[in-house]
Design a protein around this ligand. Structure first.
Ligand SMILES: Nc1ncnc2c1ncn2[C@@H]1O[C@H](COP(=O)(O)OP(=O)(O)OP(=O)(O)O)[C@@H](O)[C@H]1O
Length: 260
């Protein structure tokens, strides 16, 4: 079973120690929400998982193989990444942009085949992008571009999916659609690690979360176990608690700043 693991990961950016002994474990079938205040190291940890940031100590492994020992092309078959600000080249349509995700799957001289086409059309459909497929990516809204970035990652058919703030440009309907999609991808067997700013959304939709604070994981578990009032006050600076609404859904009730 696929497993992404970080063990004692330390990373420096310039003079700063940004990750300071991070331990994390995401198994296939799970969505793990990585939450934490601004600047706590969430994006850096995700970047370390796909080798965009060097790890100074500790290790990040996929199926017990250190990611630094995996060739880039093989890594792209294992790990798909949707980044916060997708790079979009002018003159590329949505469909072409998503097709780029297939590069990792094909041999160097192998032509784009029916299988590739089927995967691209499938992910365009799953992300609600079919009606935009022929549009230039530069002529999209921020939220639409974000969905293209997720679609391209899925076109790689990875075993691990890393998404950095996949909901931050999305309207409410698309936020919920993306989080539902992550759940269904996990039940299809993917291991999903996703950074989320919106603690309420993370509480409602994710069965597990890890809280990063000053470069270390300070809590990991179910939202009700993790988001205790003391942690909400200390780490996020708010007064709040996790409860259950009338329909039995988990909710996060935030009452205001902790020092008010
Ligand atoms: N290139 C850099 N050089 C030095 N420090 C950096 C660099 N990039 C980021 N940092 C610092 O590293 C820390 C972690 O940044 P990171 O982007 O990983 O945090 P984050 O939790 O994703 O933040 P946010 O919630 O604001 O997106 C921050 O203090 C940031 O200022």
């Amino acid at each position: 079973m696929t497993r992404l693991r970080a063990t004692g990961v330390r990373a420096r950016l310039g003079e700063r120690i940004v990750l300071d002994g991070v331990d994390l474990d995401v198994a296939a079938g799970r969505v793990l929400a990585l939450v934490g205040p601004n600047g706590s190291g969430k994006t850096t940890l995700l970047r370390a998982c796909y080798r965009a940031v060097p790890v100074g100590a500790g290790a990040i492994t996929v199926d017990d193989r250190d990611v630094t020992d995996i060739k880039r092309r093989s890594l792209a078959r294992l790990v798909g990444v949707g980044v916060q600000e997708p790079v979009a080249l002018g003159g590329t349509t949505v469909r072409e942009s998503v097709r780029l995700g297939r590069t990792a799957r094909r041999g160097w001289l192998e032509p784009f085949g029916d299988d590739d086409r089927a995967v691209v059309e499938d992910v365009l459909g799953r992300l609600g992008l079919l009606h935009l497929a022929d549009r230039d990516v530069l002529a999209l809204s921020g939220g639409e571009r974000q969905r293209v970035s997720i679609a391209r990652a899925l076109a790689q058919q990875p075993r691990v999916l890393l998404l950095d703030e996949p909901t931050n440009h999305l309207d409410l309907r698309h936020q919920l659609a993306v989080l539902e999609l992550l759940r269904s991808l996990a039940s299809d067997g993917l291991a999903v690690l996703v950074t989320l700013h919106d603690l309420r959304l993370a509480t409602e939709y994710c069965d597990r979360m890890a809280v990063l604070d000053h470069g270390s994981v300070v809590a990991e578990g179910t939202p009700e176990d993790v988001l205790r009032p003391a942690l909400l006050a200390e780490v996020f600076g708010v007064r709040g608690r996790v409860g259950v609404d009338r329909d039995g859904r988990r909710t996060l009730d935030v009452r205001g700043p902790a020092d008010a």
